[in-house]
Write a protein of this length. Sequence first.
Length: 289
Amino acid sequence: AKENGGPDAWCFFHADMTQAARARLELEARLRQALADGHMRLYYQPQIDIATGRVTGAEALVRWLDPVEGLISPARFIPVAESSGVIGPLGEWVMREACAQGQRWRNLGLPEITLAVNVSPHQFLLTDIVGSTAAALADAGFPAAQLELEITESALAKQPEEAMLVLRRLRQLGLRLAIDDFGTGYSSLAHLKRFPIDVLKIDQGFIRDIPHSADDMAISAAVIAMGHSMGLTVLAEGVETAAQLDFLRQRGCDHFQGYLCSRPLPVSAFEDFLRRSAQGPVMPVPSSQ
Ligand code: C2E
Ligand code: MG
Ligand code: MG
Ligand code: MG
């Protein structure tokens, strides 16, 4: 547009940018206010052991409950939170709320599960994630052994040496570490081997087209085999069909999350789900051949 257009074209482009920037600032301000007003909620999506059909954990996923707009998806506000720094206080709220909720469920005597909390790259690299996680656990009285932090490859790839130190200190708290959206970022396998992680979460993009995409099946099978050879637990994200689950079971994938079992649920619905799960498997398990 710069070569072809005259000054008018440039002005149009410029006005457009300004409008986008203004919209971002507005969203950032609204987000800060929503956090202060108590309009954020955590939803919980069950994580299932594929071999036993039992629930082993849940991922905490943030939603913004706007009085006018209703439920706003994190895809719309996490990027703004991340680039503006609001992710600092927002991420801290998520961590505290997840630990407090986990402890409430313990106090109710519900089945023991691991709670997985997403940690964004900014939060991981630029805030005192070790200190704030330790404080959230201590204040809630929630055991570190029941907490898992999900970190993306991009957070680790930028400064692998610094990332390594933070991961070690987090692990010393007694919690578990998962790599989220595995396969979408670029993390060197050499580094991956050295990182003190426990779980690989295969990105849902590789699961979606199973069993129609031979490539995605090959990639998923390779990630499962590689994860296991490194002593890691492997979880598949975004499992929506029985055919996908069958494939993952054949390949020995450990856990899954996805609409096939349940969408992310608000607290009361997840509580009902947990109560049912105390009775036995929440997913059918094929009888062994
Ligand atoms: P993620 O951590 O990879 O979370 C998985 C996303 O996949 C969730 O979307 C979940 O609702 C969705 N999902 C689960 N099962 C299925 C399925 O079977 N099919 C499909 N199509 N989707 C499924 P959600 O809740 O909209 O969150 C989107 C992303 O926003 C998350 O991706 C994560 O990167 C980010 N996010 C969510 N909550 C938080 C948070 O508390 N902190 C941070 N830093 N990021 C968060
Ligand atoms: Mg996640
Ligand atoms: Mg993910
Ligand atoms: Mg994702």
